[in-house]
Design a protein around this ligand. Structure first.
Ligand code: FO1
Length: 320
């Protein structure tokens, strides 16, 4: 079976880890392709930072800092601490020493003329991930927020890490979107999949920027594969991060059913056929079904790998 997952960072990484675990037990020959958001990416002190690609890679490699949710295990910060003395970089954005190894390697490949997708293939080859990671695009399409105060733009990453998404914004723009194209293999991975999954990632700044790359949304709408999503919202609250600030900025309620309706039923011109919500949101099943989307309430908290594997099994079961 070929499964393609559209994802962002932490929530997506845990979900894909669960999907890999489930398929190892039930369909060892299955192929998993993750199409990963690159809207969070940026150049910082001449290094290309790709947070979501790194979160997914480190998690699948068992090298992720499970507590912080980003960065690597057994990390140290000698370099970034010293760089502060030079007054370069973002003091609010901590680059660990081992994490810098990844950024230096990626930047080396990019500076050598390789596209991000090839750099990613070479970097991820270091670990037997069992999942193919493809960036949504090889082009530099970065998410910026539009500040309510004066309409100026700020890179999403500064709004997110420096201001904790607390600065009022009126929306998001994808800088560099015009003329951008999906990375090699992205459209085929969606069109030729047996199942397409939307990981429980931020609908606005993770899933949204992937769908925004010209050609990707149309390919999701047109694929013969069922498209099943997993709610990133449980009982009206985000699981982690500040997705509520993002949803509010685009006028979507922070609720499992609201996000389903935001994606819309494929049978009515939208993107999804099925939607998993948490048991605490079970009362929303009828409304989601009334919108043309098959819904099921299951335990959504991915506290352990077995729980994540069960969630992946529940998502695939919704195909049936
Ligand atoms: N998030 C923070 O809140 N503070 C940080 O200092 C920080 C550093 C960082 C470095 C590398 C990286 O790949 C991710 C990092 N993140 C940090 C997380 C990052 O903002 C998020 O992973 C996503 O970009 C937002 O979903």
């Amino acid at each position: 079976m070929k499964i393609t997952v559209i994802c962002g960072g932490v929530g997506g990484a845990k979900f894909i880890r669960g999907l890999r675990e489930h398929l190892r037990q039930t369909d060892p020959g299955a192929e998993i392709t993750a199409i990963v958001n690159t809207g969070d990416d940026m150049w910082l002190t001449s290094l290309r930072i790709a947070p979501d690609l790194d979160s997914v890679m480190y998690t699948l490699a068992g090298q992720n800092d499970e507590v912080r949710g980003w960065g690597r295990l057994d990390e140290s910060e000698r370099v970034s601490t010293d760089m502060r003395e030079y007054g370069v970089g973002w003091p609010w954005f901590t680059l660990g020493d081992l994490d810098l190894s990844t950024h230096i390697t990626r930047s080396h490949y990019l500076r050598s003329g390789l596209p991000l997708s090839e750099a990613t293939a070479r970097i991820t080859a270091r670990w037997p991930l069992g999942v193919r990671l493809i960036p949504a695009t090889d082009d530099e399409v970065e998410t910026h927020v539009v500040l309510a105060e004066d309409g100026s733009e700020m890179h999403f990453q500064e709004w997110w890490t420096r201001h904790r998404a607390a600065l009022p914004i009126t929306g998001f723009v994808q800088r560099g979107l015009d003329g951008s194209t999906p990375a090699p293999g992205v459209l085929e991975a969606i069109a030729e999949a047996d199942v397409v999954l939307f990981a429980p990632s931020n609908p606005v700044v993770s899933i949204g920027p992937v769908l925004g790359i010209p050609g990707i949304r149309d390919t999701v709408e047109g694929t013969s594969a069922p498209v099943i999503g997993v709610s990133p919202i449980i009982a009206g609250a985000v699981v982690r991060g500040m997705a509520d600030a993002c949803l509010t900025a685009i006028g979507v309620a922070t609720a499992a059913d609201a996000v389903a309706l935001h994606y819309g039923a494929r049978s009515r011109g939208g993107l999804i056929d099925g939607w998993l919500i948490d048991e605490t949101d079970a009362a929303s099943v009828p409304a989601i079904e009334a919108a043309g989307i098959r819904a099921r309430a299951v335990p959504l908290w991915m506290k352990t790998v077995p729980l994540s594997a069960q969630l992946a099994a529940d998502a695939l079961a919704l195909v049936g």
